[in-house]
Design a protein around this ligand. Structure first.
Ligand SMILES: Nc1ncnc2c1ncn2[C@@H]1O[C@H](COP(=O)(O)OP(=O)(O)OP(=O)(O)O)[C@@H](O)[C@H]1O
Ligand SMILES: [Mg+2]
Length: 418
C-alpha cells in the first residue's frame, strides 16, 4: 500500500541522507495515522534517552580456546563464527545515533561478571554461541537468568529457530509451505539405511530423490549435500554427522529459484522518526541468483555476496513475488510469535511453488560496503531506509516490547528515563 510521509530519501551508495517528501510503497498495510499517536512520541523519547544514558553491550561469539572462556572445550554442534566485525558495525551505528557508552563483549562464561563490573544496562545479542548444543540460545538464557534486558530472541525461540528440524515442524504445523523432511542421527540407530525407517517412509513415501542432506543447525551452506538417489543417502548423512556430531536433516531437493526476505517487529524508524505498522515489517525481498550449474547457493564464507549474486526484487517487475514473500514472512513472524528480526530463506520447486528453507535467527547485520553487502540490507533503499535506520528500528522495537510486554525486565531501565 502506498503512503506519504514527510521524510527521508536515503542513498546508501554515497552515504548521503537527504530529507525530502516522498511517497513509499512499502507493502505493509497500515501506518501511523496522520495525527501521531502519543505512544510513538513517548517511545521516540525513550529511545533517545536510552541511547544517551544506557550502557549498551553488543555481544559477539566467544572463542572457546581463549583462556577462561569455558571450563572445558566441547564440540560445536553449530559451526562457530565470532561475528565480532558485525558487532562493531552495530556498535558504531548506535554511536552515530547518539549512544554514548557502547562496549563489545564476548559471549562466554565470563559474560555475567563483565556485565556486572561494567554496569551494563542492556545487551544487543549478535552471537551464535561458543560451543555445545543449541548454542544460539545460550546468550539469551544467561541474560534471562541474570536479569539483564536484551535485544534478540528469547532462549526458547532462539533454539527453535536455529534447529531447522524443529523450525520446520512448527512451520508445517502452522500450515506454511516447506519441503518434506525428516531427521536422522546415525549414532542413535543400528540401521545404516534411512529408507527402511518408518519416519523416512512417512515423510517421503517411495520418492527416490533428489534429496538435500544438511546439518540440523547449520550456517553458510556448510556441509549441504545434494543426493540424487536414496541409495546414496547414508554416505552423505555420515559426512554431515562426522562434521557436526548432531542430527542430520534430510529433505526433498527444490530445483527452482531462491529468495530471501527479512521480517521484524512493527516499529520502524526513518531518520529517528518512528512509525508503527499493524503487522510485522517485511523488507529486503531479494533473489539469490544461482549460477548455471549451481544447485545450491554458495554462501558468504566461500564467496562474497556481490551485487550480481543477490538481486533485489523490483516492485514494478516482481510485485506479485514480493507480495507472496512478504505474506509468508509476516505469517511466520506472527504465527510463531517472534519478537526480533529474522531472515527467511525460501526456494521454489520445479513448478514455481515457494517453500520455506529455513529461518536465520541472527541474520547478518554487517553494514553495507561497496565491495559486499549483507542480504538483509540490500532492499533498505526501497523502504526509504539506510543501515542506521534498520539498527534504530530494531532498537526501538525492542524498547517498545520491553516497556509494553516485559515490564518485569524493563524495570532495570526505568531509572534511566525521565
Ligand atoms: N531443500 C532444499 N532444496 C534445494 N536447495 C536447498 C535445500 N535446502 C538447502 N538448499 C540450498 O542450500 C543452501 C543452504 O541451505 P540452508 O539455507 O538451509 O542452510 P544454511 O547453511 O543455514 O544457509 P545460510 O547460508 O543461509 O546460512 C540454500 O541457500 C540452498 O541453496
Ligand atoms: Mg540459508
Amino acid at each position: 500500500m502506498a503512503f506519504a510521509t514527510a521524510a527521508l530519501q536515503t542513498d546508501l551508495e554515497d552515504g548521503a541522507i537527504q530529507a525530502s517528501p516522498k511517497v513509499f510503497s512499502l507493502g505493509n498495510r497500515a501506518v501511523t495515522p496522520a495525527r501521531r499517536i502519543g505512544r510513538l512520541e513517548q517511545l521516540e523519547g525513550q529511545v533517545a534517552q536510552l541511547l544517551d544514558r544506557a550502557h549498551i553491550a553488543v555481544v559477539y561469539g566467544g572463542d572457546k580456546s581463549a583462556p577462561g572462556a569455558v571450563i572445558r572445550q566441547s564440540v560445536n554442534a553449530r559451526s562457530w563464527k565470532s561475528y565480532r566485525s558485525v558487532a562493531e558495525d552495530i556498535a558504531e551505528s548506535l554511536e552515530r545515533q547518539g549512544a554514548r557508552k557502547v562496549s563489545l563483549l564476548a559471549d562466554d562464561m565470563r559474560l555475567g561478571e563483565r556485565l556486572q563490573q561494567e554496569n551494563v544496562d542492556m545487551v544487543w545479542l549478535n552471537t551464535g554461541g561458543v560451543q555445545g548444543r543449541s548454542p544460539m540460545s545460550h546468550g539469551a538464557a544467561m541474560l534471562e537468568m541474570m536479569g539483564v534486558p536484551y535485544l534478540g530472541h528469547d532462549p526458547l525461540m532462539s533454539g527453535i529457530l536455529d534447529s531447522k528440524y524443529i523450525f520446520k515442524q512448527n512451520v508445517s504445523y502452522l500450515g506454511l509451505p516447506t519441503a518434506a523432511f525428516t531427521v536422522w542421527n546415525p549414532a542413535s540407530t543400528s540401521n545404516p539405511d534411512p529408507r527402511q525407517d518408518r519416519r523416512f517412509r512417512r515423510a517421503f513415501g517411495d520418492f527416490n530423490g533428489p534429496f538435500i542432506v544438511k546439518p540440523v543447525s547449520g550456517r553458510a551452506s556448510l556441509h549441504v549435500h545434494v543426493v540424487d538417489e536414496a541409495a546414496d543417502l547414508a554416505d552423505a548423512i555420515d559426512a554431515v554427522y562426522s562434521a557436526t556430531e548432531n542430527d542430520v536433516l534430510i529433505e526433498t531437493y527444490l530445483s527452482g529459484r531462491e529468495y530471501c526476505i527479512a521480517v521484524g517487529g512493527p516499529v520502524v524508524s526513518r531518520l529517528t522518526c518512528l512509525d508503527r505498522y499493524e503487522e510485522p515489517f517485511a523488507f529486503s525481498a531479494a533473489e539469490r541468483v544461482l549460477g548455471e550449474d549451481e544447485r545450491i547457493f554458495t554462501s558468504m564464507d566461500q564467496r562474497p555476496i556481490t551485487g550480481d549474486r543477490i538481486s533485489v526484487l523490483n516492485a514494478d517487475v516482481d510485485g506479485s513475488m514480493i507480495d507472496e514473500l512478504k505474506s509468508i514472512a509476516r505469517s511466520v513472524y506472527e504465527d510463531m510469535q517472534l519478537e526480533s528480526v529474522i531472515r527467511l530463506d525460501i526456494r521454489a520447486d520445479a513448478n514455481g511453488v515457494l517453500h520455506i528453507l529455513e529461518a536465520n535467527p541472527k541474520p547478518d547485520l554487517a553494514a553495507p560496503r561497496a565491495e559486499k553487502t549483507s542480504i538483509i540490507c540490500t532492499g533498505l533503499p526501497n523502504e526509504g531506509m539506510a543501515y542506521d535506520d534498520l539498527i534504530r528500528s530494531m532498537f526501538a522495537d525492542r524498547v517498545d516490547l520491553l516497556f509494553c510486554k516485559r515490564r518485569g525486565a524493563a524495570t532495570a531501565l526505568d531509572g534511566l528515563l525521565d
